[in-house]
Design a protein around this ligand. Structure first.
Ligand code: NAD
Ligand code: MG
Length: 332
C-alpha cells in the first residue's frame, strides 16, 4: 500500500492568493462555505449565483452582491466552480470559456467534468481541485469553530508552475490544512468518489438495510422491530466503527454478535458481490456510468425520477416516518 503525504498549516501560504480576485460560482452547499471561509481568511472573493431561489437570498443576507456567472468570471483571476456537476459543461461552454482571463486559475471540488472530458480547459489555465471531504455546511461550521474539514487537492494543468502551492493556499483559506490535505489526481478522486457512493455509502448501504428489513418482514416479524434492527442501529454501529475501527465496535458488541459477524458476514458480502463491485468499478473507469448519467440528464431524467419514486415508496420508508416522529431527539 502506497501512503500519501499529508499537508498542514505550515505547508501552505495564503500569500499565493493575495491580490487575486477569487470568483466562487454557485452559492449552494459548498459555495457558501468556500466564499465565507475565504473572505474570513482575508481574501478577495466575489460570488456568482443566479437570482430567484433561497441561495440567492442567502447570499444577499450574508452580505454579498451576487453577480451572474459572466460578470464574475470577467473580473476573476481565479474561478472556482461550485455549480451542480451536471450543469457545469453548459455553463463552461457558454459563460466561462469565452470570458475567463488568460492564465487564470480554474478549479473544482469534484473531478467529474474534467475526468470525463465534459470540460476541456485551454492550456494557459491552471486547472486544480480543492475538494473538502465533507458536506458544505460542515466546511463552514468547522471553520467558524477554528477547526477544518480535510481536503483533497489535485493538479490537472500547471501552466503557472505554481499550481500545487495555489491549491494548498486555497485549501488553507477554507480551513482544510487545519485538518490535513492529501494530494490526489482528478481521476483518482472521481473514480473513488463514484465507487464509494455507489458500492458502499449510498447504493450498497441502502440496499443492505432494505434487504435485511424486507427479509425479516417477509418472515412474519413486526416491521417496527425490523426497522430498529436493520436501520436504526446502523448509526450506533457506524459511530463505533468511525471512532475506533472494527475492533472498537467488536469490543462493544456481545461476543455472540461478534461470532455472528465472522461466520455470516462473508456469506452476505461474498465473492459474487465482490465480483460485481469490480464490474461497477469498471463501468466507472470506462466512462460508461458517466455517459449514462449525462444521457439521463439530457433526456430529462426519466429513469432517475421513476427510481427515486420507487425507493421513496418502500415500506421501510413509511415505517421510518412513523417511528422517527416519536423520537423527538432525532434532529430534522
Ligand atoms: P448545490 O446544488 O448545493 O449548489 C449549486 C448552486 O449553483 C445552487 O445555489 C444553484 O442555484 C446554483 N446554480 C445552478 N445552476 C446555475 C447556473 N446555471 N448559474 C448560476 N448558478 C447556478 O451544489 P453542491 O452540492 O455545493 O456541489 C457543488 C460542487 O461541489 C459539485 O462539483 C459537487 O460535486 C462538489 N462537492 C459537493 C459536496 C457537498 O457537500 N454537497 C462535497 C464535495 C464536493
Ligand atoms: Mg463522495
Amino acid at each position: 500500500m502506497r501512503g500519501g503525504k499529508m499537508y498542514y498549516e505550515s505547508d501552505a501560504d495564503l500569500n499565493f492568493l493575495q491580490g487575486k480576485t477569487i470568483a466562487v460560482l454557485g452559492y449552494g452547499s459548498q459555495g457558501h462555505a468556500h466564499a465565507l471561509n475565504l473572505k474570513d481568511s482575508g481574501l478577495n472573493v466575489i460570488v456568482a449565483q443566479r437570482p430567484g431561489g433561497d441561495n440567492y437570498k442567502k447570499a444577499v443576507e450574508d452580505g454579498w452582491k451576487p453577480l451572474n456567472v459572466v460578470e464574475a468570471v470577467k473580473q476573476a483571476d481565479w474561478v472556482h466552480v461550485l455549480l451542480p456537476d451536471e450543469v457545469q459543461r453548459k455553463v463552461w461552454e457558454e459563460d466561462i470559456k469565452p470570458n475567463i482571463k488568460k492564465e487564470a486559475v480554474l478549479s473544482f471540488s469534484h473531478g467529474f467534468n474534467i475526468r470525463f472530458k465534459q470540460i476541456v480547459p485551454t492550456q494557459d489555465l491552471d486547472v486544480l481541485m480543492i475538494a473538502p471531504k465533507g458536506p458544505g455546511h460542515l466546511v463552514r461550521r468547522q471553520y467558524e469553530e477554528g477547526k477544518g474539514v480535510p481536503c483533497l487537492i489535485a493538479v490537472e494543468q500547471d501552466a503557472s508552475g505554481k499550481a500545487k502551492d495555489l491549491a494548498l493556499a486555497y485549501a488553507k483559506g477554507i480551513g482544510g490544512t487545519r485538518a490535513g490535505v492529501l494530494e490526489t489526481t482528478f481521476a483518482e478522486e472521481t473514480e473513488t468518489d463514484l465507487f464509494g457512493e455507489q458500492v458502499v455509502l449510498c447504493g450498497g448501504l441502502v440496499e443492505l438495510i432494505n434487504s435485511g428489513f424486507e427479509t425479516l418482514v417477509a418472515a412474519g416479524y413486526q416491521p417496527e422491530i425490523a426497522y430498529f434492527e436493520c436501520l436504526h442501529e446502523v448509526k450506533l454501529i457506524v459511530d463505533l466503527i468511525f471512532e475506533g475501527g472494527f475492533s472498537k465496535m467488536n469490543y462493544s458488541v456481545s461476543d455472540t454478535a461478534e461470532y455472528g459477524e465472522y461466520v455470516s458476514g462473508k456469506r452476505i458480502i461474498n465473492e459474487a458481490v465482490k465480483e460485481e463491485m469490480k464490474k461497477v468499478l469498471a463501468d466507472i473507469q470506462s466512462g460508461k456510468f458517466a455517459d449514462n448519467w449525462l444521457e439521463e440528464n439530457r433526456m430529462g431524467r426519466p429513469s432517475f425520477s421513476k427510481l427515486r419514486k420507487e425507493v421513496s415508496e418502500r415500506n421501510i420508508e413509511k415505517v421510518g416516518v412513523r417511528l422517527r416522529s416519536q423520537m423527538a431527539w432525532i434532529k430534522k
